[in-house]
Design a protein around this ligand. Structure first.
Ligand SMILES: Cc1cc2nc3c(=O)[nH]c(=O)nc-3n(C[C@H](O)[C@H](O)[C@H](O)COP(=O)(O)O)c2cc1C
Ligand SMILES: CCCCCCC(=O)C(=O)O
Length: 365
């Protein structure tokens, strides 16, 4: 007899089921972190270690999960983080993810390194009048004109914000990927970067570093943030902020919001967990909306993040796990699970709206 197929009932179930389906290289790419993966593990653990406080007998009729973000009312505070190359997980890739995001009214941030073009993803999101916003994640390329042309495509497609990722001028030491010899298979590519020519390799003088004087010489600085803000009508959020002083510089450069992120533990290993970093960044942001990602796997994690001052959260890996297991339906189910868990957590903490989330945190945490 065939054993019954266990239906995922929580996000970790999708991670386990995806691990059985994905080939070793894709799994290393999606699940891996940098080096010893200490930050990757810390992200998960830190949310778990924050306690909540229950409240009883509160009237909950009319309670809701709505939040205000960049001038829009969102049905709930969960967005899909930019995750590159989703066609590695499922043939429909980001198109399936967009279908799910639209159905579950979740905002979606499309990666510069998406395996499906922004126009096609925007078309899917637009078909649903209740869909959440589509934002476009930008990696500034050495060729600034190329970057700007990509920004124009995102604007024309109807994206409502740009998310400039600033924490990955270079890939982290991705040991897991290297152990499997990770390579993109034929047919999966960064479609937005087609036609981008790598800059000519500079002739290095003796003693110069191929990283600092080669690759990084054309990488963005704070001046480029101001440049991007000045060249688009869209709000620009900076993703990858972990230091309060960088939060201040981001405000000065014209950022409309921040994402506290350590790239899901994929860049600098031993960075603290985002749950630990969040309160100081919220304080330094001085009213700018602050989003957070990294290790969000439970509705209770979402409530804790909002309790610590985040305006919304993003989930990364869970979307590709669910995509690998059941395509668009899987991603929609994963989002539904997270939202249901958030509502349960709010009910049990007596939290009628997310503006009250701070009261849900345990004073003993
Ligand atoms: C496979 C994978 C690809 C990613 N690609 C991008 C990307 O293209 N751009 C970006 O800004 N962040 C990227 N990230 C980072 C996510 O946006 C997000 O910060 C991180 O996944 C959040 O942690 P979580 O996976 O624990 O939810 C990627 C993460 C993963 C796991
Ligand atoms: C130089 C870093 C490029 C990484 C592109 C995709 C990504 O952000 C990730 O895999 O993580």
């Amino acid at each position: 007899m065939t054993p019954p197929v266990a239906l995922p009932v929580a996000l970790p179930d999708y991670a386990a089921a995806a691990a059985e389906r994905l080939e070793a290289q894709a799994r290393a790419y999606f699940d891996g972190g940098a080096a010893d993966e200490l930050t990757l593990a810390a992200n998960l653990r830190a949310w778990q270690q924050i306690g909540l406080q229950s409240r009883v007998l509160r009237p909950m009729a009319g309670a809701h999960t709505r939040v205000e973000l960049l001038g829009r009312t969102l049905a709930h505070p969960v967005l899909l983080a930019p995750v590159a190359y989703q066609r590695l997980a499922h043939p429909e890739g980001e198109l399936a993810t967009a279908q799910a995001a639209a159905a579950l009214q979740a905002g979606m941030v499309l990666s510069t390194q998406s395996s499906v073009p922004v126009e096609a993803v925007a078309h899917i999101m637009r078909r649903d009048p209740d869909s959440g916003p589509l934002w476009f994640q930008v990696y500034i390329q050495p060729d600034r004109d190329f970057t700007l042309a990509l920004v124009r495509r995102a604007e024309a497609a109807g994206c409502e914000a740009l998310v400039l990722t600033v924490d990955a001028p270079v890939s982290g030491a991705r040991d897991r990927e290297r152990r499997t010899g990770f390579r993109l298979p034929p047919g999966v590519r960064a479609v937005h970067l087609e036609g981008l020519r790598p800059p000519p390799a500079p002739a290095l003088l003796p003693g110069q570093s191929a990283l600092f004087d080669g690759l990084l010489a054309a990488m963005p600085t704070w001046d480029d943030v101001a440049w991007l803000v000045g060249h688009t009508r869209l709000p620009v959020l900076l993703k990858g902020i972990t230091h309060p002083e960088d939060a201040r510089l981001a405000r000065e450069s014209g950022a409309a919001g921040l994402v506290v992120s350590n790239h899901g533990g994929r860049t600098l290993d031993t960075l603290p967990a985002t749950a630990e970093l969040l309160p100081r960044i919220v304080a330094a942001a001085d009213g700018l909306p602050v989003l957070v990602d990294g290790g969000i796997r439970r509705g209770t994690d979402v409530l804790k993040a909002l309790g610590l001052g985040a305006s919304a959260v993003l989930v990364g890996r869970p979307q590709v796990h669910a995509l690998a297991v059941a395509g668009a339906q899987g991603v929609a189910h994963m989002l539904r699970l997270l939202r249901d868990e958030l509502e349960i957590a709010m009910a049990l903490t007596g939290c009628r709206c997310l503006a009250e989330a701070a009261d849900a945190l345990s004073p003993h945490r």
